[in-house]
Design a protein around this ligand. Structure first.
Ligand code: AMP
Length: 115
């Protein structure tokens, strides 16, 4: 059965989003609650509940997502200034939407997070 998470509904066009990139394997759109001047989510078209459920056969789509992150960073003009990618995975990772997605944040100097 097809997933019905909120990002699946954006992919299907059932609910609106500010889509900045789309191809046959993924979609990228602006986060509705941005944490930086640029805050874009890159998520696969394939139903994948998170990085924690990715299998060996998902290597190509995961690699593709990273290339799209780079393209989106170029489109947003943050390739030189820099950006941060975050994947929240599972409850302790703070994942709220059960579809794998990469947060792309930039446009300001982000504070250190890992200690
Ligand atoms: P996560 O906690 O990693 O699952 O991140 C989910 C992200 O989705 C949050 O940053 C939300 O602000 C964002 N979000 C939730 N609903 C929407 C929506 N309809 N359009 C765009 N972003 C959304």
């Amino acid at each position: 059965m097809a997933a019905n998470d909120i990002f699946a509904r954006i992919i299907r066009g059932d609910i609106p989003a500010d889509i900045v990139y789309r191809d046959e394997n993924c979609i990228a759109f602006r986060d509705i609650n941005p944490q930086a001047p640029t805050h874009i989510l890159v998520t696969p078209i394939k139903d994948l509940s998170g990085l924690q459920t990715a299998g060996d056969d998902d290597a190509a789509v995961l690699g593709h997502l990273m290339i799209v992150v780079r393209k989106v960073a170029e489109m947003e003009g943050i390739i030189e200034s820099g950006f941060r990618c975050i994947i929240n995975a599972g409850p302790d990772g703070g994942q709220e939407v059960p579809r794998l997605h990469i947060h792309v944040l930039g446009g300001k100097r982000l504070g250190a997070m890992l200690r």
